[in-house]
Ligand binder design. Sequence first.
Ligand code: COA
Length: 322
Amino acid sequence: MSDGQQTHVIGWGIGLPTQILTNEKLESIVDTSSHWIQSRTGIVERRIASTDESTYSLGLTAAKQALHEAGMLASDVEMIVVATSTGEYGFPAVANQIQHGIEADHAAAFDINTACTGFVSAISVADSLIRSGQHNNVLVVGSETMSRIVDWTDRSTCVLFGDGAGALLLQGSRKQGGILSSVQWSDGSGAPYLYVENINHDVDRRNFIKMDGREVFKFAVRAMTEATIKSATLAGISIPEIDLVIPHQANIRIIEAAARALDMPLDRFVTNVDKYGNTSAASVPIALYEAIIDGRIQSGMKLILVAFGAGLSAGGVAIEWA
Ligand code: COA
């Protein structure tokens, strides 16, 4: 056990497909309207991986940028944790592919699948590995190609999702701040509300996303609110002291409802669901990345990363940015 070791974010990166699918274009694919999508979800467009892009390649781009940003050599990475539910293979893990891709010759690697909660789960595990003293430099990636598991004939789901990746490089140090707390929970009884059957052919469209949108919506608002309160409380932060929430980007109405329930102004929530839709485990790191690049995150700020997803699952992480 290392004494007083705190986990700090020292690098960040994203990987986005270049291809943009707008709501207007979706009107020619399914029976929908741009107005319906934007007013019910806040989504205007999303990125879609081309045939030569993959969960692996997007994650690799994000990972390389995070390393570059941190000024760290890949050979110094000790562990790679990838949050994904859309890897190209049953095995090996996407994390192993990225380990090889960046030539992190001394790193172990594994995937985590808690669907859209994945990045928060991965951060929580990485933080435990660092604070226990087992590893000091851990790369955490969230990468997804949701376009490959959505049913493009089902308007109630295909308009919601997009592809992308984000990565953070985490490092242990005695510096104050960093990751202050993390919480996770699961409610397996909600599995029927959001699932994909794990078979590798598309007979009866069984390996496409199935969702009860209204049930997921209700869970999502509750989960985001509770995970924010629990992670903040555990970190000794009151709700008014939270500077910025970086929520999973599924639907702007979910974020608005959680903001109301928490009695927080919406401008303290980072939102980019309009540009990318729901990129599952990639949405929190992409939103965090954009907030950093836009200068919205300053040293000393108290942040909450919060996510929910299939499982049903949810989690939150409190960070004091150092
Ligand atoms: N275009 C046009 N109409 C659509 C549509 C689309 N893309 N998708 C659904 N509709 C229709 C429905 O068929 C329904 O029509 P009906 O009343 O004639 O049956 C109508 O819109 C209303 O459907 P409803 O399900 O009540 O809409 P909603 O306001 O609940 O919004 C979701 C639907 C899916 C956007 C919303 O429930 C949601 O965001 N849920 C959470 C989903 C989520 O975040 N999943 C991932 C979690 S990680």
